[in-house]
Write a protein that binds this ligand. Structure first.
Ligand code: BGC
Length: 426
């Protein structure tokens, strides 16, 4: 009964064939690089992999994430180890209430101000789709992760930040660079291998949102013909918007309630901003169809409000979730776990395809390097019960035919460290 329910709503992981999804990903990547219509924006970052660590210079770094906005001052010591001299954590503007363009940038100035005097350099890690120009400012294409600041869409982030600083009589840093969080993560991975040239580097995020970045040779970035042909740069795939997938009716219903219906549908099936709500809706449907009884109601509500961490508690059988089941739940516990576990398994398959796509793209393009360092960041990947193991199992399986080796690198504060590298040397 449970399997029939999952299958009917297109929630079974084996209804998503990795080989087909990977092929569609590769096709969309090529189209995106060629400037043809594609769900993958494949945004050039104008950042490449540095050969060595920056030396003993401070930089102010900002990290606009899905829920948090972090400010820090970072420097690499004489042994190339990153050190953090200052750190502050604030809510991301526009997460809870809508803010105007001015309010958005004024808040960032408030967050930045205590660190501003520490350095004339600024690295800004920005976890949203932004078109980067060769001067390394970025124009916001759209908000994702339900951020409410419509006036910022279409705006150049660093130019606006400079104006906001001027309005407050503050001097703008002389040297500023903006980069996507996946590109920052990729660069953090380079610090984790001691700047080893042996690897192809990838950045991967699965937290509030999801995405990948990798290093592409300029000659293959057909939509930007003037680039030095023998060099390479990081590409932000914006894979959260991948849309060559059949979804079920519950996915479609959730999508309709978001601030960007039909956009970023891949992310809505797997990332932390949506997974709790999705599971809540799945359980609601299961209750309506008699697959679980009404005892699931408390879980439905809690999943909606507490989101992905609560989903993890249910899967792990943590006391916080056990008390939400009615005493008489009995067998129902298992049914609920089977259903939710399958939604997570589906997310793991899709995540494996997401990470595999840039690796296979490079392998098929004849990359001489067979070793891949995937610097992964994000709460869902590391903290959602059993997720990492599941995703890695699928990734290993998908990559088998390609004769490559990969390792996952976990770098503390990867977005901040990577933004520091970009601002100091990349
Ligand atoms: C954004 C990406 C970002 C990813 C991970 C997505 O919603 O569009 O730019 O890299 O989340 O934070």
């Amino acid at each position: 009964m449970c399997q029939k329910f999952l299958s009917k709503h297109h929630l079974l992981a084996n209804q998503y064939q990795a080989r087909d999804i990977l092929a569609a990903f590769l096709d969309e990547m090529k189209r995106g690089l060629a400037g043809q219509p594609s769900s993958l924006a494949m945004i050039p970052s104008y950042v490449s992999v540095p050969e060595e660590a920056p030396q003993d210079e401070k930089i102010v770094v900002l990290d606009a994430g899905g829920t948090h906005f972090r400010t820090a001052v970072v420097r690499f010591d004489r042994d190339s180890v990153p050190r953090m001299d200052y750190f502050a954590d604030h809510p991301m503007p526009g997460v809870t209430a809508e803010v105007s363009r001015e309010e958005f940038f004024d808040l960032i100035v408030d967050y930045l101000r205590p660190a501003l005097r520490e350095s004339r350099r600024l690295g800004f890690c920005f976890s949203y789709p932004a078109l980067i120009d060769p001067q390394r400012d970025g124009k916001l294409l759209c908000w994702t992760k339900e951020i409410k600041a419509p006036g910022v869409v279409g705006e150049r982030i660093l130019a606006n930040l400079s104006r906001a600083l001027e309005r407050r009589g503050l001097e703008r840093p002389a040297n500023m660079v903006i980069l996507n969080d996946t590109v920052a993560s990729l660069l953090a991975g380079v610090t984790a291998t001691g700047f080893s040239p042996e690897y192809n580097y990838l950045g991967f995020i699965l937290g509030t949102g999801t995405n990948t970045a990798y290093i592409e040779s300029n000659a293959r970035i057909k939509k930007a013909p003037g680039l030095p042909a023998h060099e390479s740069m990081a590409i932000n795939c914006e894979s959260a918007n991948f849309n060559k997938l059949d979804r079920g009716d519950i996915d479609l219903a959730l999508d309709r309630t978001t601030s960007s219906p039909s956009q970023y549908i891949f992310e809505k099936m797997i990332s932390g901003a949506y997974l709790g709500s999705l599971c809540s809706r799945v359980l609601q449907a299961a209750a309506e169809e008699g697959v679980v009884s009404r005892t699931a109601n408390a879980l439905v509500e809690k999943l909606e409000t507490l989101g992905t961490p609560f989903l993890g508690d249910i899967l792990a059988g943590a006391p916080e979730s056990e008390s939400a089941f009615a005493d008489e739940a009995g067998q129902e516990r298992e049914t609920v776990r089977t259903i939710l576990s399958e939604v997570v398994e589906r997310a793991a398959v899709l995540t494996a395809c997401n990470v595999a796509a840039p690796i296979v793209n490079l392998a098929e393009a004849g990359s001489r390097k067979k070793k891949y360092c995937v610097c992964a960041d994000g709460s869902v990947f590391y903290r959602l019960h059993s997720f990492r193991e599941r995703a890695e199992k699928h990734l290993t399986e998908i990559l088998k035919p390609y004769g490559v080796e990969y390792k996952i690198a976990q770098v503390e504060d990867a977005p901040l460290i990577g933004a520091a590298v970009a601002g100091l040397v990349a």
